[in-house]
Design a binder for this molecule. Sequence first.
Ligand code: RB5
Length: 145
Amino acid sequence: MEKEKIVIGSDHAGYRLKEVIKKYLNETGYDYEDIGMYDEEASDYPQIAHKLAKLVSTSQYKRGILICGTGVGMCICANKTKGIRAVVCSDTTSAKFSRAHNDTNVLCLGQRIIGEYTAKEICKVWLETEFEARRHSKRVLMIEP
Ligand code: RB5
């Protein structure tokens, strides 16, 4: 079965980890679109976060990955867009249940917080875990104020 195409973005502080995750996506059969940034020159994380959030909220991509220094700024920004359920993860358990129970569609990571191995494990779990639906569906519908 063909795997979905993931949209991925970072600021300067997440650039190096983005390159690692792109390689991981490639090796595991995921296609991706990199919307920047493309180097470690200082940049503003809200620009990339809002751009990626729009692409996901308009269904051009089902899910996206955002990386900055901590993952926090990206997550705050992405969650401003209607229909976006972004999570910042430093562990695989949060990644798993954010998909299974909250149907998150944007994963945020912090290059200054986690190592490459953990980041790849988090991506694996987040990408492979399905939303459980059932009792969680009505709660996810209740998220939008
Ligand atoms: C950039 O220095 C840093 O503030 C940014 O990457 C991010 O961590 C913000 O949340």
